[in-house]
Write a protein that binds this ligand. Structure first.
Ligand code: FAD
Length: 561
């Protein structure tokens, strides 16, 4: 395997040193504030045009909304109701492109939409024709009507005789955090300097050069970064970045909360097909998506005025999702079946009135002050277009005439079939099963072989915790090569154990915490603080205590014959 050049997120310390070396005479071209999908996409777009780019994130990369989504790269069937035809067309085009640029990460998924009455059958027939047409019939395959028998065959969990039929349509699913990581890693390949735990504490506009004061929250040191242009891509926090208050926020945000609950596959065994199901009141539809080694159900859409840093899954949110799943599948699932839950905030641009569900998911690029622009709104799916629009806006000022190149830049994998085969073969020799091998490809793309190299040299081939896919070696890899600094960086983002595991991935005796402590040389006090802090954060977000006793499988308990 020697000689393989593998680009990673690199060293945080080195990135901070380089950012601190910028001066008003030797500034960056662009400083991006915010390491979610929008900021990551901008960093890649700008760096690939030859600009000198820095990106700073106040917590961990993707720790905001970009780790809390429904994990879909989709046209957005729901936006038909809002007549957002342009958005659906744009999102469908982006989905097709992303499938090609990141085949290990953006995976087609068939959706079954059960219908039990004529009105819905007619409504969805029209809607799905429009959906396919807007995607120029590139929704993987054209949708089709299913009779009752085929609907039940596709989703065997449906109680027999309850549905009259259904529809089959296609979209794609992804891992939102990994999509952010791939963009950042590729941006770094083009020279971008990326650092997490580096919040902007002050921003000084300037016609020629802007100054951002940042704090390294790992050391509490503050320093200045100079850049000719600043792009604020701070999601729901965009109008709250310190230093911007003085200039005034030209765009008003109206955050909307969306939650998901997750189940172990044994509790909600969806295989292959995902489902698009009505809620109990038939007001909206929810996704039920097999994802990694679990199944996720969501989402909600409620106006949010609470603490932006701490949205929580409230009991009524969980009840709403449980009621929807139980009404369709008749499984009798209860709170004790829930393996994980998360809440996120959509950075929607405010209209004067109306429900947040009706607000447009389109994005806006706007001037904030001399040298500083902002971008907000949009979707995970359309990040590449958003990035292009933002960078186009500043390119002229920088005298850069290069057009966006991101439609040709691969996001971490090329020949995924050959890669899967190579990784599975190598993993088998090391005693790692094919599911774990595929999960390495899903997470790391072309870097999966480097993770296996590390597993071999460090003797870290065992699963990190029982019943889940990540390997011990991944703790090492993510700490050394992907800027995982805290326990949550690894459990909630580099892997998604915090979302899918009842114990949030900690394992017996907080095994994962101790593994992280070994790699990062934490003392006992730091280890305890990390583990307790992580537990408290997960419990607060889930609105539930960790490790609620597993119930007997909903299927064996309730499944109608
Ligand atoms: P964020 O991901 O929030 O990133 C902003 C970053 O800025 C944060 O990491 C934050 O810490 C950082 N920041 C803030 N202040 C500072 C500062 N002072 N200094 C430095 N950094 C700072 N879209 C889809 O396409 N498909 C879906 O399936 C989908 N599902 C969704 C489901 C839900 C429940 C929600 C809420 C959204 C969903 N979306 C989906 C929308 C999508 O997730 C968001 O549009 C997208 O993630 C927003 O990314 P962002 O980078 O703009 O914001």
């Amino acid at each position: 395997m020697g000689g393989r050049v593998v680009v990673t997120l690199g060293s945080r310390t080195e990135a901070i040193e380089r950012l601190a070396q910028t001066t008003s005479d030797d500034p960056l071209d662009v400083l991006v504030v915010g390491g979610g999908i929008t900021g990551a996409g901008i960093a890649l777009d700008a760096a690939a045009r030859g600009m000198r780019v820095g990106l700073v994130e106040r917590f961990d990369v993707a720790s905001g909304t970009s780790s809390k989504s429904s994990k879909l790269v989709h046209g957005g069937l729901r936006y038909l109701e809002q007549r957002e035809f342009g958005l659906i067309r744009e999102a469908s085009t982006e989905r097709d492109l992303l499938r090609r640029l990141a085949p290990h990460l953006v995976e087609p998924v068939p959706f079954t939409l059960p219908v039990s009455d004529r009105w819905n059958r007619a409504k969805f027939s029209v809607g799905l024709w429009a959906y396919d047409t807007l995607a120029s019939f590139k929704n993987m395959k054209v949708h089709r009507h299913l009779d009752a028998e085929e609907t039940e065959r596709r989703v065997p969990l449906l109680p027999h005789g309850k549905v009259k039929g259904g529809y089959l349509f296609y979209d794609c699913k992804t891992d939102d955090v990994r999509l952010v990581m791939e963009n950042l890693i590729q941006a770094r390949r083009y020279g971008a300097i990326v650092a997490n735990y580096l919040p902007v504490r002050g921003l000084e506009p300037g016609k020629e050069v802007c100054r951002a004061t940042v704090e390294d929250t790992e050391t509490t040191a503050t320093f200045d970064i100079y850049a000719r242009r600043v792009i604020v891509a701070a999601g729901v926090w965009t109008d709250r970045v310190e230093g911007l208050a003085a200039v005034g926020a030209p765009v008003r945000l109206r955050p909307s909360k969306g939650i998901h609950i997750a189940f172990r596959h044994e509790s909600l065994p969806m295989d292959g097909s995902a489902a698009f199901i009505p809620d109990a009141e038939r007001k909206r539809f929810l996704f039920v998506i097999p994802w990694i080694d679990g199944v996720i159900v969501g989402t909600t859409d409620t106006a949010y005025e609470g603490n932006l840093d701490a949205p929580t899954v409230e009991p009524e949110d969980r009840e709403y999702c449980l009621a929807a799943v139980n009404a369709v599948f008749d499984l009798g699932l209860t709170e004790t079946d829930i393996a994980g839950a998360w809440a996120g905030l959509r950075p929607l641009v405010a209209a004067d009135k109306g429900a947040t569900a009706d607000l447009s998911r389109r994005h806006t690029v706007y001037d904030i002050a001399d040298g500083i622009i902002g971008i907000t709104g949009g979707k995970l799916t359309t990040f590449r277009r958003m990035a292009m629009d933002a960078v186009d806006r500043i390119a002229g000022d920088l005298g850069n005439t290069v057009r966006s190149r991101t439609q040709w830049i691969r996001l971490g994998s090329s020949n995924v079939g050959a890669l899967n085969a190579a990784v599975t073969r190598r993993a088998a020799v090391m005693g790692i099963n094919p599911e774990r091998a595929s999960n390495l490809v899903r997470c790391y793309g072309d870097r999966a072989l480097a993770v296996l190299d590390l597993a071999a040299t460090e003797g870290a081939t065992a699963p990190l915790i029982e019943d889940h896919l990540p390997l011990e070696a991944e703790v090492l890899y993510c700490a050394r090569s992907e800027m995982a600094v805290h326990l949550s960086d690894f459990l909630a983002r580099r892997t998604r154990l915090a979302l899918l595991d009842r114990e949030a991935g900690l394992g017996d005796d907080a095994r994962a915490g101790r593994a992280m402590a070994d790699v990062l040389s934490w003392d006992d006090m730091t280890t305890a603080t990390e583990i307790e802090g992580f537990k408290a954060d997960v419990e607060r977000e889930r609105g539930m205590r960790l490790g609620a006793a597993p119930a007997p499988s909903g299927v064996t308990r309730e499944r109608a014959g």
